[in-house]
Ligand binder design. Structure first.
Ligand code: SF4
Length: 174
């Protein structure tokens, strides 16, 4: 309870204050968002919530741009060709019996969370979407896994599958 309260204070007061700083120092904004994400993840881990009612929320940009399959309404439309990590993430979700969704933005992400009503979320996204997302979904515990962007923002992004598995292990107590 104590850590959830501290998390609330961080997201309600420290986050907006740092984003004001970030609006003046644009080159530092991502670092400041990452700072908030790291504090959030540490506090969520201290809350020690154990649940299997988990939602794994993915950004649309993990899907490789040459794939035209529509995943936003049903990620299981993926044909599992293995050209992007979507197929690995589906396998991980199936093995761990998690709800899995792709969101194209904050509005859809919020709707998915409302529909699924998970006890906790594992979110993969860029620092901007993760930091605003954890504010929107508080007090739900969210473990954030920032994506990797070797081709720049929003294009063929990647994620460490090990970090996703580690977050699942943490919540499910395995
Ligand atoms: S694994 Fe293949 S079919 Fe599935 S989303 Fe990626 S590219 Fe498309």
């Amino acid at each position: 309870m104590k850590y959830r309260w501290i998390r609330g204070m961080v997201l309600r007061f420290l986050y907006p204050a740092l984003m004001i700083v970030g609006s003046f120092k644009k080159d530092k904004k991502e670092q400041l968002q990452m700072f908030i994400i790291n504090i959030n993840n540490r506090l969520v881990r201290k809350e020690k919530l154990k649940t299997t009612k988990l939602l794994l929320l993915l950004p649309h940009c993990l899907q490789i741009d040459e794939c035209n399959i529509r995943l936003t309404h049903n990620i299981y439309n993926c044909e599992g060709c293995g050209k992007c990590e979507i197929s690995d993430l589906i396998q991980i979700a199936e093995e761990n019996k998690l709800k899995l969704s792709v969101a194209t933005g904050g509005t859809l992400a919020r709707r998915i969370v409302k529909d699924v009503m998970p006890d906790a979320i594992i979110a993969v996204a860029c620092e901007t979407d993760l930091s605003s997302g954890i504010v929107d979904t508080y007090p739900l515990p969210v473990l954030c896994v920032p994506n990797e962007r070797p081709y720049g923002p929003c294009l063929n992004t990647q994620v460490s599958l090990e970090k996703v598995k580690d977050a699942i292990r943490f919540f499910s107590g395995r």
